[in-house]
Design a protein around this ligand. Structure first.
Ligand SMILES: [Mg+2]
Length: 375
């Protein structure tokens, strides 16, 4: 089998109401843009991959990629990993294209990817991942709603300039919902400043937050420090009374090896579309397993990115949590998964069943793709 066709499209879905991601202070997101790669084989199989797009930054990528991918045997995925690694030398983060090859491999063999990679689990516990900073009242309303959906765990964003404001929300959530499992994400790993003020924690601040969060019994504190501050994480973890998670914007094997060798994290969070593809994600999971660590892939990109990460989760014995991005009204299921035939949902008991159709487990809706293709 050979790759004989390739198409790169920019999709643009207008959000029903502006979304204010806590990790991009001052930025009102009005559309969900996605770069969608479609690969076609001489056997008529289509493989898809999707990437975050802010604007037209992917223009020209098709011309760059075509000579590398045309005619390639889609089963030789490790060669694609080498291409993606080479692209990082040019400043390009192309790991996301690798999922299209796994999609083809799954469709060619009639299996979802997670079964080809080891098939460890068919379901995984989900947490509702928030995306905005909200008032106490708004956040409690949200939790009432997600509990109706089945969730028993929530991830709160900490990104006020004064973390005590974030802590006040977390304390009220704990007081109102003593049974709820709470995770906290500070998004300091790839701090975005420029449009609005962005907080920046040092080790002492992160430790104070961790100590207060320990009183609330949180599952983990995510990204309290900069993504390459391996030594800072090591020092913080020596004293932190709560588990530490990070890695969503770290790349490739060696960056994750740094965390492991220093015993600097409890949970590694490679995202297959950002950190190294599905292949590298599985290797990182294996390294983590050898060090007695968990992985919990980051998933906040788009529906296909979520599906790809779920495939990795299904294959790993050291993965117990699935991130389910959900912050209505701006980032509802339709906004997240608009180019899939149906949105990824959770089961009434708070678990996600790993999507089990061949390949990435879900189907891309070509009608929706055409409808939302930006012109
Ligand atoms: Mg995060």
């Amino acid at each position: 089998m050979r790759i004989i066709g390739m198409q790169l499209r920019l999709l643009e879905y207008p959000l029903s109401t502006p979304f204010y991601p806590s990790w991009l202070p001052g930025y009102p997101q009005t559309a969900h843009r996605v770069q969608l790669l479609t690969l076609e084989t001489d056997e008529g199989i289509r493989g898809y991959a999707a990437n975050v797009a802010f604007s037209q930054e992917g223009a020209g990528l098709q011309h760059l990629l075509l000579p590398f991918l045309f005619g390639r045997d889609p089963f030789q995925i490790e060669q694609v990993v080498q291409i993606c690694r080479s692209a990082t030398f040019l400043g390009l983060r192309l790991w996301w294209i690798e999922m299209a090859f796994w999609d083809i491999l799954g469709k060619a063999t009639g299996q979802p990817i997670y079964r080809l990679l080891g098939g460890y689990q068919e379901r995984i516990k989900a947490y509702a991942s928030t995306g905005e900073l909200k008032s106490v009242e708004e956040r409690l309303d949200y939790i009432a709603q997600i509990r109706e959906m089945g969730f028993r765990a929530v991830k709160l964003r900490f990104h006020h300039m004064d973390w005590r404001e974030d802590m006040a929300v977390a304390r009220q959530v704990r007081a109102q919902y003593p049974e709820m499992e709470i995770l906290v994400d500070a998004n300091m790993g790839w701090r975005v400043a420029g449009m609005g003020d962005a907080p920046k924690w040092d080790i002492a601040t992160a430790l104070r937050v961790a100590e207060e969060l320990a009183e609330l019994g949180v599952v983990w504190l995510e990204e309290p420090l900069e993504k390459h501050d391996y030594e800072g994480y090591r020092r913080l973890r020596e004293k932190s009374p709560v588990a530490l998670a990070a890695g969503e914007m770290n790349q490739d094997l060696h960056e994750f090896r740094e965390f492991l060798l220093r015993d600097a994290l409890d949970v590694l969070q490679p995202d297959v579309s950002l950190s190294g593809g599905i292949s590298t994600g599985k290797k990182i999971a294996g390294m983590a397993e050898a060090f007695g660590k968990q992985i919990a892939p980051h998933t906040w990109t788009n529906g296909l990115g979520l599906a790809a990460n779920l495939q990795l989760m299904g294959a790993c014995p050291n993965c117990t949590w699935a991130e389910f991005p959900y912050e209505p009204p701006g980032w509802d299921l339709k906004a997240r998964d608009y180019f899939l035939t149906e949105p990824i949902t959770i089961d009434p008991d708070g678990y996600i069943t790993i999507p089990a159709k061949p390949g990435l487990g879900v189907e891309v809706d070509e009608d929706a793709v055409q409808h939302y293709t930006a012109t």
